[in-house]
Design a protein around this ligand. Structure first.
Ligand SMILES: Nc1nc2c(ncn2[C@@H]2O[C@H](COP(=O)(O)OP(=O)(O)OP(=O)(O)O)[C@@H](O)[C@H]2O)c(=O)[nH]1
Length: 856
């Protein structure tokens, strides 16, 4: 049973005449109602201000500090723990992240509505039951005012909505919420205006000819509205107290398309009250709005319009028919209409249009004031009353429940000029006055209170769900920090160790390669110097001696074989370097991996030692054989020595290096160090060799090479110059001849042994010359090759350790960023959590104030 809005419920089906005391009581009650109204109005205005401030803060916070998220709730498992304190487990997710769900408990309790991980939302039970009545379903905890319509497509199917929201970014949702906040704030501005508005409008409507105008006139106690048996009212005539128009009685005909303002002459045309009937007659088919300002001669305690409490106006609407039905229904729905007085003729009861109107109006206004007019004419009054009430029960159940106050059976036409006024009409007037004042509070404060309650409830829900989220984020940030901080610290302290370790491996690697290369090549060169192959390889051997006649080819082949073996030695040094480099690269990678934190993907790079020194080979193929050696060409180095024309060129000295022998026996320390090339041009050495051979004419042609007569003669003359006297010439000639022959025979027999040694020695000599760096004992060949191999090794090791350093640096940078982000998240989520909790409490407190107002 709904609570009555009437402090005095003295009306009955057959009301007794009101005594003056009772009338006074009603008056007092109206004043009490007014006082309550003023008190409630003050509190609602305060709540509007507080809520606006909360929303404004929410907007700012959403924009500058924390992206507010929009939660969704889904029934997880319902459980009932009693009648008054019901709780439900719900699954909460956020629309921009629908897959992450948190189970929350919602507890319904009067006064608050929130969610928490352990205990949740509460909702005013009345709200819940109202909601369930309206929806015909169990109350849900979704948003009502801040609800975001995230549906997609014309049908807005839920599946498409899900697909849309999952695509929405957090910021888009936050923007949508921001819009909702703005809309809510604007709406609250409107509500404020409405709450502060002191006027109240009563719409009088009903069937054609039901007697609406007659009722208005009866209420005014004067004939203001034209009354006719024919349907006559086509305009909406608003009757105001003349006090609103500075006490002047006047008609304002609102211009079509204008929004009426009493202060703006351009919005209306003035006319006198007497002209109203003519005007109504002229505009029979036009729906116009007419404002009437009239004086009620009665005292404020009797008058409805001039009541001393509120500015009440009566609106005489056109009679309902198919044409006017829509317009009137629309008019009745307007917010400023506080009360709808429906006039029905006792003769006709409710017509089809009346039923339609009432069905529509009762949706908007739960209570209707019904006047059953022309009641006196009815013979069987009881039957008529029962029949009408029965119909009202169907059309507006809540009105029926309060029928004693809200349904009146009167005869309006008998009021004017008749004293005293019938008790039924006086009762109607008293009830209407009380109802209007009460309804005024209901119609002005209730929408604001309901809206505020819903809005605050939404804000509380939003704040509490975001507080949960912020708390979860805070925990996540803490967990992240707990994990990432020690990693970062570890990396920082390991950084220097790693750098040192890498440098150490690099240095150690290059010095090992340098040492090993020098060892291999020096050894190889020494062997060459002794006429042996630099390295032993299955396919590598010195050529067999082909005999004296092909000695020249033999020399060439020996030279080629020695040079090839030297090339093989270089290659072996490179292979050795590859091995050492490979080991070092593995050590470098191991070092890097050791200091990288767990979980970081390790480098999958594989070192390919065969790629080392490959550039040189590739390049060498592009060059002619003479310039083939890139790395060694400048210094006559060992790569591809066997292909170098200059080194392959054989010389007579390869066969008999007299100068060498001369130097072995006669040379001094310094000259021993000179190169054989320099010696080639020493006349004494050449001369001696020439003389040695000149005795053997047959040997002037060796392997196709001719020693010129001129050179022999020159040699002889020079030798002769050694001996200055005749005596010497006499005994020396035979001795010299014998010596020369012996020497020549010896040389020829020894050639297979001496040629490799001579060639090797010459190669050794030519490769150990050091033009730029005489400090290196091993000379250019070893030095430059070592330099080249070490350079390549260093390059590889540098790249390998650079990669590890870079990886380490990048991971450390990432880790630093992660820590910083987590710190920032921790700071922000801490702040957000505090802010949301504070806002939730603040909202709950404002909501509590609203609840304390009770049912308005
Ligand atoms: N007997 C009797 N006649 C009434 C009563 N009220 C109105 N009438 C008559 O009914 C007719 C129509 O009255 P109106 O007041 O013009 O009716 P209305 O509802 O304003 O008419 P429209 O605005 O044209 O729809 C008039 O002739 C009135 O005299 C009543 O209470 N008793």
């Amino acid at each position: 049973m709904a609570q009555s809005y009437f402090p005095v419920r003295q009306l009955s089906a057959s009301p007794a005449p009101l005594t003056p005391t009772l009338e006074k009581e009603k008056q007092l009650d109206a004043e009490e109602v007014q006082e309550t109204f003023i008190e409630q109005k003050k509190k609602i205005l305060q709540s509007i201000d507080d809520t606006t401030s909360i929303l404004s803060n929410f907007k700012d916070f959403n924009k500058s500090s924390w992206v507010v998220r929009y939660p969704r709730f889904r029934d997880a498992e319902a459980e009932s723990s009693g009648k008054r304190d019901r709780s439900a487990r719900r699954s909460m997710s956020f629309v921009d992240e629908p897959t992450v769900e948190t189970t929350v408990t919602q507890r319904r309790k009067v006064g608050t509505r929130s969610v928490s991980l352990s205990s949740v939302s509460t909702i005013n039970e009345e709200d819940a039951s109202e909601e369930s009545k309206e929806n015909g379903a169990s109350p849900n905890f979704d948003f009502r005012v801040l609800h975001l319509d995230l549906k997609l497509g014309p049908n807005g199917s839920s599946s498409s909505a899900t697909s849309l929201v999952s695509q929405l970014e957090k910021s888009s949702i936050a923007n949508l919420l921001d819009d909702r906040f703005s809309v809510a704030m604007k709406h609250m501005d409107k509500l404020r205006v409405r709450v502060e508005d002191t006027s109240s409008k009563v719409l009088v409507t009903g069937d054609l000819n039901a007697g609406k105008s007659t009722l208005v006139n009866a209420l005014m106690r004067r004939e203001v509205m034209p009354v006719d048996q024919q349907p006559c009212t086509t305009a909406f005539c608003e009757v105001h107290d003349a006090a609103e128009n500075d006490g002047k009685e006047e008609v304002h005909l609102v211009k079509e398309g204008s929004i009426y303002s009493i202060k703006d002459e351009s919005t209306f045309t003035r006319a006198s009250i007497a002209d109203l009937e003519d005007f109504v007659a002229e505009n029979e088919n036009a729906e116009r709005i007419v404002k009437l300002y009239v004086r009620d001669p009665r005292s404020p305690s009797e008058s409805l319009l001039n009541n001393g409490i509120a500015d009440i106006s009566l609106i005489d609407a056109p009679g309902l028919n198919r044409d006017s039905l829509k317009t009137t229904a629309l008019f009745a729905r307007q917010e400023e209409i506080d009360v709808v007085v429906f006039v029905v003729s006792a003769e006709n009861h409710f017509t089809l249009s009346a039923r339609e109107f009432l069905a529509s109006a009762s949706k908007e206004k739960a209570y209707l004031f019904i006047v059953v007019n022309k009641y006196e004419q009815i013979k069987n009054k009881e039957k008529c009353r029962r029949s009408v009430l029965e119909q009202i029960r169907e059309l507006s159940p809540r009105t029926y429940e309060d029928a004693a106050d809200l349904v009146h059976f009167v005869d309006s036409s008998s009021v004017l000029g008749v004293e005293p006024t019938s008790s039924s009409f006086t009762s109607l007037e008293a009830s209407l006055r009380s109802f209007v004042l009460l309804k005024r509070s209901k119609s002005k404060l209730h929408p604001a209170a309901t809206y505020l309650s819903h809005l605050l409830s939404d804000v509380e829900l939003l704040a509490s769900s975001n507080a949960i989220l912020a708390k979860a984020e805070l925990q996540r940030a803490k967990d992240d920090l707990e994990r990432s901080r020690p990693i970062l610290e570890g990396m920082k302290s390991n950084n220097d160790i790693l750098l040192e370790g890498l440098e150490h491996v690099e240095e150690e690697g290059t010095s090992t390669v340098s040492r090993r290369t020098r060892e291999i090549l020096t050894d190889a060169l020494e062997k060459i110097g002794c006429g042996e192959l630099a390295v032993k390889r299955p396919l590598l051997s010195l050529p067999p001696y082909p005999g004296l006649l092909r000695v020249w080819d033999y020399v060439h082949d020996v030279r080629k074989a020695l040079l090839t073996s030297l090339d093989a030695a270089v290659k072996s040094a490179e292979d050795d370097a590859r091995g050492s480099t490979s080991t070092c690269v593995t050590r470098i990678q191991d070092l890097g991996d050791r200091y990288l934190p767990e979980g970081v993907e390790r480098s999958r790079r594989v070192f390919m030692p065969e790629a080392m020194f490959s550039r040189i080979r590739r390049t060498s193929r592009r060059h002619s054989s003479k310039d083939a050696i890139v790395a060694g060409s400048t210094y006559g180095l060992g790569i591809g020595l066997a292909h170098r024309q200059d080194l392959l060129e054989t010389s007579f000295l390869d066969i008999f290096d007299a100068q060498h022998h001369f130097m072995v026996y006669f040379g001094d320390k310094e000259s021993k160090g000179s190169s054989s090339e320099e010696m080639d041009f020493m006349p004494s050495a050449l001369s001696l060799a020439s003389i040695g051979l000149s005795g053997l004419g047959a040997l002037t042609v060796v392997g196709g090479k001719v020693l010129t007569v001129r050179s022999i003669l020159e040699g002889a003359i020079r030798l002769a110059d050694l001996f200055h006297n005749e005596t010497a010439r006499k005994w020396a000639a035979p001795v010299l001849g014998a010596f020369t022959i012996g020497l020549s025979v010896y040389v020829i027999l020894e050639l297979p042994n001496t040629i490799p040694r001579t060639v090797g020695r010459r190669i050794h000599s030519s490769l150990t010359k050091s033009e730029s760096d005489s400090e290196h004992a091993e000379g250019a060949f070893v030095g430059e090759n070592a330099k080249r191999i070490v350079r390549e090794t260093r390059k590889v090791l540098r790249i390998a350790s650079w990669e590890q350093r870079e990886r380490f640096r990048a991971v450390m940078e990432e880790c630093t960023k992660e820590v910083k982000n987590a710190e920032e998240l921790q700071r922000q989520s801490e702040k957000a959590r505090e802010w949301f909790v504070h806002t939730q409490e603040r909202t709950a407190s404002v909501r509590g104030e609203m609840s304390a107002l009770g049912d308005l």
